[in-house]
Design a protein around this ligand. Structure first.
Ligand code: HEM
Length: 130
């Protein structure tokens, strides 16, 4: 069964739009990665103020391979995390510059902190419009 990896992003007030635009600009990047199944960037509306990047992979190996790939480094400021489950927080406070176009004066990372959650899919159902 697939695995779900969720990157939990703490985004300071007013930075959400920048974050969303950066993800939108890169949404296509992972689509061709081996073992990648899906990703959703979720904007908080209730119960939390953290954004979730919910990703789904064929298995843990596929996810780890992507995390350690150059493609990930390119999209995440050349700082692939050391490794492993639950490590989760490659950048530490502030993370790194996500690279690419950047953009003044909001050039740095929009996310102030992040945390990785990992899950195995146990049961799934999908609606017709999913
Ligand atoms: C579970 C898998 C993922 C992990 C562990 C992860 C890790 C991170 C971390 C730690 C940050 C904050 C540090 C930084 O801003 O550089 C971040 C930001 C970012 N990630 Fe990911 N990421 C994941 C999935 C994705 C996916 C699938 C995409 C592609 C659509 C993506 C695109 C981005 C972008 C554009 C930012 C910059 C946001 C900002 O300005 O702060 N990430 N990611």
């Amino acid at each position: 069964m697939s695995v779900v990896k969720i990157n939990v992003l703490q985004v300071p007030e007013g930075r959400g739009e920048v974050l969303e635009q950066r993800f939108a600009a890169r949404a296509g990047d992972v689509e061709t990665v081996d073992g990648f199944e899906s990703f959703d960037l979720l904007r908080p509306t209730e119960g939390t103020d953290r954004y979730l990047v919910v990703t789904k992979w064929r298995d843990d190996e596929a996810f780890q391979a992507w995390m350690n790939s150059e493609a990930f480094g390119r999209g995440h400021g050349q700082q692939p995390p050391s490794s492993g489950e639950g490590g989760g927080h490659p950048g530490g406070e502030g993370g790194g510059h996500p690279g690419g176009e950047g953009g003044p004066p909001a050039g740095g990372p929009a996310a102030a902190a992040s945390e990785l959650w990992g899950f195995e899919v146990v049961t799934s159902a999908t609606g017709q419009r999913a």
